[in-house]
Structures are given as C-alpha cells and as structure tokens.
Design a binder for this molecule. Structure first.
Ligand code: 4GS
Length: 250
C-alpha cells in the first residue's frame, strides 16, 4: 500500500517514515512512504504557495495552481490512489475507517494544508474525501496525515510483529483493551493479578474479557451504544454487580 504526503514540510513527514514499525513495514516491502514538497510546484521565482483571501480577513490561503500541480504529479505515478484532504470539516476518522482503508489496499495521497486553508475549488475538483482526526484545529495537516498512516499501516498484515497483536486492540469490537502487566510481580507494593500467573488459559481469557469490559464501562460507556453487551458480557457484568453489592453491604 502506497502512502504519499503532499506537504510544505517534507522533512517533518519523512522523519516519521524513517522510524519504528512504519520503517519496518517499508523495509519489508509491505508499504511505501513518499513525501512531495508542495513548494516544488510553485509557479513563480519566489516559490509562492499562498495568497490573501478574497473578501479580506486574516491569514493566507494556499494557491490552487500550486496544489493542483502537486496533486496531478502525485496521481501520475498512481492514478488509482485516493486523494484525501486533512481538515476539521472532514468525516471523523476512527478505528473502523482505518480498517476499511487498510483492507482496500488502495494507495492514499494526503494533502496537508498550512495557513488558514486551501482554495475551495481544489476541494471540489481534486479531493476525493475530506477526513478529520478530531474537533480541534492544527497548524497543518501533517500530524493528521501521519495519524491516519500510522493507524492504517499497523493493520496491514505483517507490519506488526505478530498478526495477533492488533486483534485485541482498543476499539476492536467497540471495547477498550484489557489491563496488561509485565515483570516484576510486585511493583511499588502493587501486585500483578494472580490469575495472570496461574497458567490457566481459560481463566486468563475470562479475566481479560472482564478487564476490557470494566474499563469500557468506567472510561468509555458510550461504546456500549455501538455494540451492546453480548451474552458472556452480560454474565460478566452481572457477576461484577454481585461483587459490588457485596462491598456495599459490608
Ligand atoms: C485537521 C483536523 C486540521 C486546519 C490544517 C487548518 C491547517 C488544519 N486535519 N483533522 N489549516 N482536525 N487541519 O486541524 O485533520
């Protein structure tokens, strides 16, 4: 799967492609990462990429000609790729969207705006989809593009070490991930739950299911609206209720 980022700060984005699991994925030939400097497509000798907004107001707007030339250049090598604009006006990004994009394997071209925004005519003519990573405003789309690439790439089989490690992720099945522990057995007077040391795989599975459920209930109860509790989950919740009642009565 190809990821191409159109940006005014290519070094910022290439540093991301040069580290960690993303770099491993590139080395294994599972993904590619490319940065294109939008300024290389500026059409005057001052390399101007922005201009004042029509109608007045503060801030600058990215010029359409430059962006168009950069997008056309990126699409030339990969005409099948989808062009995404990172913007607070886009459809909200989430784990499900990451999964859809990872399974489609279609290349992605990310347009990262700086300044107050980009000329509306680019959105209309050259952008396939606008995506937002959340309801807040960044100084540029780069962090948003890197957020998408990071979460999509790790779902591509082989990018993470074991193919299992993304299955129990938070949000898979609209539940948070269970609590995790490593050595030592006692840290600052806090013990690792004994069941995890027992070697009893069925008990460990049940404990983890319960942990995931409790965390979801306490930290993100809204996730139950997306997937209501299944039979085993209901049973675990009832059992938890009984444990809580016992504490209340004491
Ligand atoms: C976001 C966001 C964003 C908007 C880019 C102002 C520079 C900036 N992009 N999700 N111009 N939130 N983009 O804030 O994706």
């Amino acid at each position: 799967m190809n990821f191409t980022v159109l940006t005014l700060f290519p070094e910022f984005v290439s540093a991301f492609f040069d580290h960690g699991m993303i770099l491993r994925g590139i080395e294994k030939g599972l993904i590619t990462g490319a940065c294109i400097n939008i300024r290389d497509f500026a059409q005057d000798r001052h390399k101007t990429v922005d201009d004042k907004p029509y109608g007045g107001g503060s801030g600058m707007i990215m010029k359409p000609e430059t962006l168009q030339a950069a997008i056309v250049h990126a699409k030339k090598n990969q005409p099948e790729s989808k062009v995404l604009l990172m913007s607070p006006q886009g459809t909200p990004f989430n784990q499900e969207k990451a999964g859809d994009m990872a399974s489609k394997k279609q290349g992605l071209i990310f347009v990262c705006g700086r300044y107050e925004g980009i000329d509306e005519r680019i959105c209309t003519s050259l952008i396939d989809e606008e995506i937002s990573i959340g309801d807040y405003v960044l100084t540029g789309g780069e962090l948003a593009a890197m957020t998408l690439i990071d979460s999509i790439a790790r779902l591509i089989p082989g990018v993470l070490g074991s193919c299992e490690s993304s299955k129990s992720d938070s949000f898979s099945g609209h539940r948070l991930e269970y609590a995790q522990y490593t050595r030592p057995e006692v840290f600052e007077d806090m013990e690792v739950p004994q069941i995890l040391l027992s070697g009893n795989h069925e008990k460990i599975r049940y404990w983890r299911k319960k942990s995931a459920l409790q965390r979801t209930f306490l930290k993100r109860p809204d996730l139950f609206d997306k997937t209501s509790p299944g039979d085993e989950e209901k049973q675990i919740l009832k059992q938890w209720c009984r444990e809580l009642e016992k504490i209340v009565r004491e």
